[in-house]
Design a protein around this ligand. Structure first.
Ligand SMILES: [Zn+2]
Ligand SMILES: [Zn+2]
Length: 218
């Protein structure tokens, strides 16, 4: 791998998205010096790994979007089962650099499931900008909020706890169209707060998936 520049040996990428299934990723080339980094292994202990900065050669095979979505969903499910402490630990130990994947249609970012889940827990069903409860429930009956990276990933923003918030679809669009500076400052402040709400202060009533009313508890 290290000498692939000079020895003319072609290097191909095979990735494991599903257990025991190898997806052919195409020919890759080394784009920077290899370096060492601390990373978590399968059992959650730190180990030193070699990182080879590579990229797919142009016109190589691309990963279908559905495969990426499926993998992300699986990771999200796992993250939901962790405690707040476990989530924070894993989120902090993960690389803040989002991984980019080329799909047939567009290049998408794979976002850290731990970071997403932490934002959802902190929001607890309530948009972190307008403070309204989610406008509808998703197919699992959970209040629907979208994860937004305050400094956009596409502009080099980090996939970290401090840079992620959960927003209602309206506010999410607003942040991508207007991106008002005062909102950015406010959201950064909110994202940096380390507190998990202890249950809802109001109960949101949904009927056929849409928000019907908010009833204060007590
Ligand atoms: Zn909102
Ligand atoms: Zn966003």
């Amino acid at each position: 791998m290290n000498e692939s520049h000079s020895n003319n040996v072609k290097v191909f990428l095979f990735e494991v998205f599903k257990e025991k299934e190898y997806t052919f990723g195409g020919e890759i080339i080394l784009i920077d010096q290899p370096y060492q980094e601390q990373q978590l292994d399968m059992n959650g202990s730190m180990r030193k790994v070699w990182i080879f900065p590579v990229k797919l050669k142009e016109h190589s095979w691309h990963v279908p979007y559905e495969v990426i979505e499926e993998v992300e969903e699986k990771k999200d499910k796992k993250a939901k089962k962790l405690s707040n402490e476990e989530l924070e630990k894993k989120a902090k130990l993960s690389s803040n650099k989002p991984s980019r994947r080329n799909t047939l249609s567009a290049s998408v970012f794979i976002r850290n499931s731990y970071v997403k889940e932490i934002a959802h827990r902190k929001a607890n069903g309530q948009c972190q900008l307008c403070k309204q409860y989610a406008p509808f429930q998703d197919k699992h009956g959970k209040p629907f909020l979208e994860i937004h990276h305050i400094d956009w990933l596409s502009s080099g923003g980090q996939d970290s706890i401090e840079n992620a918030v959960a927003l209602c679809p309206n506010c999410h669009r607003k942040m991508h169209i207007v991106n008002d500076y005062s909102n950015v400052v406010e959201l950064k402040q909110i994202a940096s707060v380390r507190s998990y709400k202890q249950g809802l202060v109001v109960r949101v009533i949904y009927q056929s998936g849409r928000r019907l009313a908010c009833v204060p508890l007590k």
